[in-house]
Design a protein around this ligand. Structure first.
Ligand code: TXA
Ligand code: MG
Length: 322
């Protein structure tokens, strides 16, 4: 399939297009759709064969479970055991970039849960996504709509580039607002464990729940997905972690992404003024810079505060340092 044919799969999110997308979901097909974080590759979460299509299209390892996208708390309660902490988190942060891992009620196919006793749930803050879930009449299982290991897609065009052959339809919601994936927390126990930092920051979580320190007792709760290579562009990524400039010496043909001003000598640079902008633009920048003709991307590692923790996490993965 050429680029022109793949472009024909991208649709503006009219009522008619969303209705058609919902029909595809109901019939066991794959629809890529926008969320406030990144684009998702959606299928009926209760349809075993449809879930297998997601794993096949992405080339995703079978041991990495999927997030179920639901409209609200009452829909979540159909699939998971809700506790007080989980309800507080949902009331405070849903719809929004927070995924909550809870004990499963056992009615979601095991393949979506990668054989685990738990299930991950999230209600996205995006009107197109919420309407699609509602019109489909069932939860939508959706990983990020990239080929496994690649940077997540923040535009419909990035989805097309990775998965245009495999997806039945792509709903175009423009550039994703947040740009890094949802925060994933394990809320099955007394404390909340952050499995993946994201759009809802540690500081925000601490306003409603007791959050375990990073590293604290986290080994048994590690998210399966964190074991695999992630977010990596096709050229090498190196991290600029300190005040010094030695990383730029002998760097070959390098390009740059980040918030600081790099020294001269780059093939291309993409800079951002705020952490919010850096998060929003990071994945698109990695996809752009891999085609810049440089042989390495030098990426600025921000401080840990706020969205910085999520950006650092994605950059460590992109650089193969996890
Ligand atoms: O923002 C997002 O979360 C996006 C949009 C599309 O919603 N989705 C996304 O999905 O990033 P994915 O599949 O790329 O990442 C899901 C993460 C993985 O790290 C996975 O291991 C973890 O959630 N996860 C899913 N179910 C889990 C479970 N039962 N226990 C622990 N971790 C789980
Ligand atoms: Mg992903």
């Amino acid at each position: 399939m050429n680029k022109g044919e793949k472009n024909q799969k991208i649709f503006a999110p009219t009522d008619e297009a969303i209705l058609r997308a919902a029909e595809i979901i109901k019939n066991g097909g794959l629809v890529a759709f926008p969320t406030e974080t990144v684009y998702g590759l959606g299928a009926n979460a209760l349809d075993e064969a449809a879930i297998q299509k997601i794993f096949a299209a992405k080339g995703r390892p079978a041991d990495n479970p999927l997030i179920l996208h639901v409209t609200d708390i009452s829909e979540a309660s159909l699939y998971a055991v809700l506790n007080d902490a989980a309800v507080s988190l949902m009331e405070r942060f849903w719809p929004g970039p927070l995924t909550i891992v809870l004990n499963s009620l056992g009615n979601v196919p095991l393949s979506a849960r990668a054989g685990l006793e738990t299930v991950a749930l999230r209600s996205p803050m995006n009107d197109i996504a919420l309407r699609l879930i509602r019109m489909s009449g069932r939860p939508i299982a959706a990983p990020s709509a990239n080929r496994s290991g690649r940077p997540s897609p923040t535009t419909a065009e990035a989805v097309r580039d990775d998965l245009g052959d495999d997806v039945d339809m792509i709903l175009d919601g423009g550039h994703a607002r947040i740009g890094v994936e949802s925060t994933v927390v394990d809320a099955t126990g007394e404390k909340i464990y952050i499995l993946r930092p994201g759009g809802v920051t540690r500081e925000m979580l601490e306003t409603v729940a007791e959050v375990a320190d990073s590293g604290e007792d986290s080994a048994p709760r590690r998210s399966p997905g964190t074991r695999h290579r992630h977010y990596a562009p096709s050229i090498e990524v190196r991290l600029w972690e300190n005040e010094r400039h030695d990383i730029f010496q002998n760097a070959g043909r390098w390009c740059y992404v980040g918030m600081r001003t790099p020294p001269d000598g780059y093939v291309k640079k993409i800079t951002f003024d705020t952490l919010e902008d850096y998060a929003r633009g990071l994945f698109a920048a990695l996809r752009d810079l891999e085609n810049s003709g440089a042989s390495a991307i030098i990426a600025d590692l921000p401080d840990k505060t706020g969205l910085g923790e999520a950006i650092r996490n994605r950059l460590f993965h992109a650089a193969g340092k996890v």
